[in-house]
Design a protein around this ligand. Structure first.
Ligand code: GDP
Ligand code: MG
Length: 358
């Protein structure tokens, strides 16, 4: 079970794996072989059941996984039943219920139709075809943060209120701090006083410096000061928190654009990453709300938070489809360690881990 070990390895080491884009800003840095070594640590399924990140990941996929295991199984276990339009429609209806979205469900139905029409197919072949198609739809390697070639890496974090931005920033900051990098957090959500307090508490916990401004002060000025501070103190990472709601949506979007402009004036390549935080429990409505952000802020990747809080983790599939952005990280709880890199194949592995093939 290589995927299982890899997941646990990542979880234990809390490290970014080697990636061609990623550069280690400090000596040793994120690409130390420790992550690989840790992934060889023997693990057992029993340990996983203890409620670690992997168990929560699997739990998040439970509903999708169960439907594959029960309804699709029942459908294809019917003696002598041919693959015809009626069966394909039934298959489509089940797939839609797995939260994967209509587009992917249609692609899978069409694939099964073209592979097996007018035949009686063993369940194993159907499951394999579904799995192959999902792998194709979800194809995405781990995509750690694209670090700056030199100087601080500036990460802007956007998303609707309550999606998990501030918590995800704390988790990311903790991850980089653990790797020995100097982290600066910027509380550019100046609209809510509580938002600044929340980030301040996290900054203390992870040993990061924080740059704040008075309530309702210009968020772009907070971002500007944070980037200036990162340059001056030779920090490796600067993560900027932003508001998820203002008096109106147009204000919010122009605020995000302004923050971007200000940062780019200081460092032409910055922001190096713009992460869109999505709430996995918010469903389709949350996804459409987030679309405005992804367009206004020119996002580079997604952090899917609260995947532990839903059994409908199948929602990763339409998210990958609809945003055309890599899912970089998944949030699996409220603690600092509850963040994992996402990888398409590992997702499909977890989805099919309990699915019986015969
Ligand atoms: P923000 O408004 O986008 O900054 O969202 P917050 O970071 O304040 O998070 C909103 C709520 O969601 C808080 O209660 C967090 O503890 C919770 N939360 C954030 N990420 C996760 C996660 O991955 N799993 C769970 N279970 N809760 C989370
Ligand atoms: Mg917040």
């Amino acid at each position: 079970m290589g995927w299982f070990k890899r997941f646990r390895g990542q979880e234990r080491a809390g490290k970014e794996p080697a990636g061609s884009e990623a550069k280690s800003p400090s000596t040793g840095g994120p690409e130390s072989p420790a992550a690989d070594a840790a992934s060889e640590t023997p693990e057992t399924e029993a340990e996983a059941a203890g409620g670690g990140l992997f168990a929560r990941f699997r739990h998040g996929l439970k509903r999708t996984s169960q439907l594959l295991n029960t309804d699709i199984r029942d459908l294809f276990k019917q003696e002598g039943r041919l693959v015809d339009d009626q069966l394909l429609d039934e298959l489509f209806a089940i797939l839609v219920r797995t939260d994967m979205g209509v587009g992917p469900a249609r692609e899978i139905r069409d694939q099964i139709g073209s592979d097996f029409r007018a035949r009686v197919v063993p369940l194993r072949d159907v499951m394999q075809a579904v799995q192959d198609k999902l792998r194709q739809l979800m194809a995405q390697s781990e995509q750690p943060i694209a670090f700056a070639q030199q100087g601080p890496t500036i990460i802007l974090v956007v998303g609707v209120n309550g999606s998990g931005k501030t918590t995800s920033i704390a988790k990311l900051g903790a991850r980089f701090a653990r790797q020995g990098q100097r982290v600066i957090l910027a509380a550019a959500d100046t609209f809510r006083a509580a938002a600044v307090e929340q980030l301040t508490v996290w900054a203390e916990r992870i040993g990061a410096e924080i740059v704040t401004g008075p309530k309702n002060s210009d968020p772009a000025s907070v971002a500007h000061r944070a980037v200036a501070r990162a340059l001056e103190s030779q920090a490796e990472i600067c993560i900027i928190d932003t508001a998820g709601r203002l008096q109106n949506q147009a204000n919010l979007m122009s605020q995000l654009s302004k923050i971007r402009r200000v940062i780019t004036r200081q460092i032409p390549e910055a922001p190096h990453e713009v992460l869109l935080v999505l709430d996995a429990t918010a469903g389709q409505n949350g996804i459409s709300q987030a679309r405005g952000f992804s367009e206004a802020a020119d996002c580079t990747g997604i952090v899917l938070a609260k995947l532990d809080g839903t059994a409908k983790g199948g929602v990763v599939i339409p998210i990958r489809q609809q945003f055309q952005l890599p899912v970089k990280y998944i949030g699996l709880g409220e603690k600092l360690e509850d963040l994992a890199l996402f990888e398409g194949d590992r997702f499909v592995d977890a989805l099919f881990a309990d699915v019986e093939q015969d």
